[in-house]
Design a protein around this ligand. Structure first.
Ligand code: LLP
Length: 384
């Protein structure tokens, strides 16, 4: 299934805006449900990738849980109908009010990243006469081979408990009365397109599981995080990621103990391809080597190119003339406000409608108001 642009309708809407293809979103979610369902795996959608109400509601209606990283995300998930037993709460720096919110709503699990955090959850749960379920986020020291800003599972990253601290953590756990070990949690990074990294993760998890067995501990849940990448170069070639191979790999390589559940926290792969940022060309300005196509969307609307040198395919939806090369730039007062250099586009003029593809994940949710710009609006294929 391809992303569908109803161009005539879209040209009438004020730009810039995010446009969601809800049919593609639903087909993608169905693929995740079918492929994970084959093995009885549970998927908690990583809310950070896109916390738009319409998107969250669609995801909830397909039966997925929610993986949250702030009190605000927990609250948003609850507001959008996710059951508290389907909410897990991760993050290295949970404030007391956020922990209390999770406790008050009896969420499924806190993914804990340090001993001091474990002690605070224990203290706050104790004050409420509750026992909090926790999963230990373990830093597996596996290289995700992705951009260093979105690599999380190496010893030098701030995330997770290092393996040499596990003995200490397990001892602390056994002394605390108001926390109960529910599972172990891993996440190695994002936009991972080489499945070998997940193979390395499986092998490391198998080793760690043996460590737990030798300590007579059986975590009920193994949570291997998210990270499956999408095809930014050719979004129409693979608009639905290869979930079949992804889940099959875990089924083949991960050794679960009897009765253990396997959980995932996918974000980008579930929502990445279902949106484009639409923008109009304001001016064509002559440059030294290539001309500039100055568009009305900027890095405040989609920050990924400026922040990670991320590639988003750029298309001119309203011209079919011979190709020329353009530096496609936004209006913001930063040289990094550039969506692509020397991009081949059909000859482009003022008023043309431009699509920045694969913007469903970490797009709208990372938009900001730099230069006091208005946040981009969102439109949906099923309610245009
Ligand atoms: N679980 C944990 C603990 C995470 O930290 C993340 C993402 C996920 C799950 C979901 O990962 P995904 O399936 O989406 O790869 N803003 C960056 C990506 C940051 C990812 C942060 N953690 C970007 O635009 O590329």
């Amino acid at each position: 299934m391809k992303f569908n642009f109803p161009v005539e309708t879209l040209t009438k809407i004020d730009t810039p805006f995010y446009y969601y293809d809800m049919e593609l979103l639903n087909a993608t979610l169905d693929a995740v449900a079918t492929e994970s369902g084959k093995y009885g795996y549970k998927v908690h959608y990583a809310v950070k990738a896109n916390a738009n109400d319409r998107i969250l509601t669609a995801i909830e209606s397909k039966g997925f849980g929610a993986d949250c990283v702030s009190g605000q995300e927990v609250q948003k998930a609850l507001d959008c109908g996710f059951a508290s037993k389907g909410i897990v709460f991760a993050g290295v720096g949970k404030s007391d009010w956020e922990i209390n919110l999770g406790l008050d709503n009896n969420i499924a699990c806190f993914n804990v990243e340090s001993i001091p955090e474990l002690e605070i959850i224990d203290e706050l749960a104790g004050k409420k006469g509750k026992v909090a379920k926790v999963a230990l986020r373990i830093n597996p020291n596996v290289n995700a081979n992705t951009h260093h800003y979105i690599t999380t599972g190496l010893n030098e990253n701030k995330f997770g408990i290092n393996q040499w601290d596990l003995e200490k953590v397990v001892n602390t756990l056994s002394e605390l009365k108001n926390v109960e070990l529910e599972g172990i949690h891993f996440h190695i990074g994002s936009q991972i397109t080489d499945l070998h990294s997940f193979k390395d993760l499986c092998l490391r998890v198998n080793e760690l599981q043996k460590w737990f067995v030798s300590h007579h501990i059986m975590p009920k849940v193994v949570n291997v995080g998210g990270g499956l990448g999408i095809n930014y170069e050719q979004p129409d070639e693979q608009s639905i990621p290869d979930f079949a191979s992804y889940f099959a790999l875990f089924n083949e390589l991960l050794e679960l103990m009897p009765g253990q559940e396997l959980h995932f926290e996918l974000g980008r792969s579930m929502v990445g391809q279902c949106a484009s940022l639409l923008s109009k060309v304001l001016y064509i300005k002559e440059g030294v080597q290539t001309n500039f196509a100055i568009v009305d969307a900027g890095m405040s609307d989609l920050i990924r190119p400026a922040l990670y040198q991320a590639y988003h395919k750029i298309e001119n939806l309203t011209s079919s003339l011979d190709e020329e090369k353009y530096d496609v730039v936004g209006p913001i007062c930063e040289s990094s406000d550039c969506f692509g250099k020397a991009v081949a586009l059909p000859k482009t003029k003022r008023g043309d409608l431009i699509a920045l593809r694969s913007a469903g994940a970490y797009g709208e949710v990372m938009a900001n108001q730099y230069n006091l710009r208005t946040l981009p609006k969102a439109y949906y294929s099923d309610s245009l």
